[in-house]
Design a protein around this ligand. Structure first.
Ligand SMILES: [Zn+2]
Length: 77
């Protein structure tokens, strides 16, 4: 599967990244998230199924009400 960058149109490369979301009360860090990254402008994109998984992880982490949750994507995928 190839993805093109929505900003500059260059082809994005497969990579992994650390996804961080700060919800105020809780900070959620998800490591080793598969993504596509544009080498030209640095834009990071996620496949829809990956994005759904991120949402699931974020919702589960919110329930924990821990100040910081660090999750490894590979352990929940
Ligand atoms: Zn780009």
């Amino acid at each position: 599967m190839n993805m093109n960058c929505p900003h500059c149109g260059n082809e994005a490369e497969r990579n992994t990244t650390t996804f961080t979301v700060d919800l105020g009360e809780v900070l959620i860090v998800i490591r080793n998230v598969p993504c596509y990254q544009c080498e030209h402008c640095g834009e990071t994109m996620y496949e829809p199924k990956v994005y759904q998984k991120i949402e699931t992880i974020v919702n589960a982490a919110k329930q924990l009400k821990q100040e910081v949750s660090i999750v490894d994507y590979r352990n929940v995928a």
